[in-house]
Design a protein around this ligand. Structure first.
Ligand code: PLP
Length: 427
């Protein structure tokens, strides 16, 4: 598409956008009586207007039913997660039995590593991307130590080539193949939180399996952002948070994926609790753990009904949007427009004021654009916030902006460009 850097062009794209009405379903934060242009859905998605109501329904159930709420009312809490499983599955390309809402993300990563990181003699190493989200680094280091290995030798990190910001798939698959004899696990982010690079998940999975390793993904920045086919890609396990692109609210409930092929594997270890016990006989309260079949068998504690209700409000909007295909279609154009607008600023300034480190190829990125700002980078970012544009900042000089197809408009992107140019001209 030939873009134009004008307000009328941006408004025309919004007028043609079949999803533009969904913006009305969200609440935008305000400052000085003016709503923010919110480009921070990669960090914390916006509150759906329905969130307060669905939470209210569960508060009413609690008030009116008390403990009977577990089995009575319109949404008995005992089975409430099943409703979410159905809504979550299309977002990540899974069967409902393969996903379950539970806990929070890093906790789930640990629980899945208990099952899927099984180092044995020579085969004990983990391959991951260098510069993974810190929580993942800490989780993996601690798991390695827990098994009695040294993170220095057990964890192989793959870095971009000198002078590059993102990883090449051939470098990833080559490292996996080279280390096949010693490799237990390949664990990657779906999309890297810093660069915004969407890794070639099917290729990484194939390479990992060819090396006789288990393959898992942390989808914090991918789930609800890009279309995924976890089942068909044959990924072993994955987890994500609901509060970034999926608008589940701060500290919101996380989701896990366990591939169906592992359902009957009796050798998988796991940390058990009563809520993972076979549902039909859970309340017999008998000795000896019998897991429920599927992802549900990884539950430990009783269902977190209130965070689930918040997640439910947002999942219904994904459903209303027609799930990932229409969202992705808009997202590709919206993000391409953002990258175009950044480039236009450089042209107007006659210098490389902003360097986009997120891959240009739409197949290698989601909604997030990571931008190195030259000169007074922090000052530029602060001016954005001062003027009601909310992105986020990563040391030492990176501004991350995400135009989210559920609630951002082409006009948001255009106006952000206008403001950035004004800020740079005044520097
Ligand atoms: C956001 C994010 C987290 C956060 O983990 P919590 O346990 O939800 O605090 C972890 N890993 C990745 C890759 C993330 O992007």
């Amino acid at each position: 598409m030939n873009f134009e850097n004008t307000l009328s062009f941006a408004k025309e794209l919004d007028a043609q956008d079949p999803l533009s009405h969904l913006r009305e379903e969200f609440l935008f934060p305000q400052k000085n009586g003016k709503p923010f242009i919110y480009l921070c859905g990669n960090s914390l998605g916006l509150q759906p207007k329905a969130a307060r109501e669905v939470l209210g329904v569960q508060l009413d159930n609690w008030q009116n039913l008390g403990v009977e709420g577990w089995f009575e009312g319109d949404t008995p809490w005992m089975y409430y997660h099943k409703e979410l499983k159905k809504l979550m599955a299309p977002i990540v390309g899974a069967r409902p039995a393969e996903v379950c809402p539970m806990n929070t993300l890093t906790v789930n990563l640990h629980l899945l590593l208990v099952s899927f990181y099984q180092p044995k003699e020579k085969k004990f190493k983990i391959i991951m991307e260098a510069g993974a989200f810190p929580s993942d680094q800490y989780a993996i280091e601690s798991q390695v130590r827990f098994h009695g290995y040294d993170p220095e030798t057990a964890i192989i990190e793959i870095s971009p080539r000198p002078g590059e910001y993102t990883l090449r798939i051939e470098d990833i698959t080559a490292r996996i193949a080279e280390n096949a004899d010693e490799l237990a696990l390949v664990l990657f982010g779906g999309i890297n939180y810093f660069s915004g690079q969407w890794f070639d998940m099917p290729e990484i999975t194939k390479a990992g399996h060819a090396a006789g390793a288990i393959v898992g993904f942390d989808l914090a920045h991918a789930a609800g952002n890009v279309p995924l086919s976890l089942h068909d890609w044959d990924i072993d396990f994955a987890c994500w948070c609901s509060y970034k692109y999926q608008n589940g609210g701060p500290g919101g409930i996380s989701g896990i994926f366990v591939h169906e092929k592992h359902f009957n594997d009796q050798t998988l270890k796991r940390f058990a609790g009563w809520w993972g016990y076979k549902e039909s006989i859970r309340f017999k309260m008998e000795k000896g753990f019998t897991p429920e079949v599927g992802a549900d068998g990884w539950q430990i504690s009783c269902a977190q009904v209130m965070p689930m209700a918040l997640y439910h409000a947002s999942l219904k909007l994904f459903q209303a949007a027609g799930y990932m295909e229409p969202l992705r279609k808009k997202s590709i154009t919206l993000t391409a427009y953002l990258i175009y607008i950044i480039d236009q600023i450089n042209k107007k300034l006659g210098k490389a004021q902003f360097v986009v480190i997120t891959p240009d190829d739409e197949n290698d990125r989601g909604a997030q654009v990571s931008i190195i700002a030259e000169g007074n980078a922090k000052g530029i970012f602060q001016q954005l916030v001062e003027n009601n544009v909310l992105g986020d900042w990563r040391e030492p000089n990176v501004i991350r902006l995400s135009a989210v197809p559920l609630y951002n408009s082409f006009e948001d992107v255009y106006l952000t460009g206008e403001l950035l140019l004004k800020i740079c001209n005044a520097q």
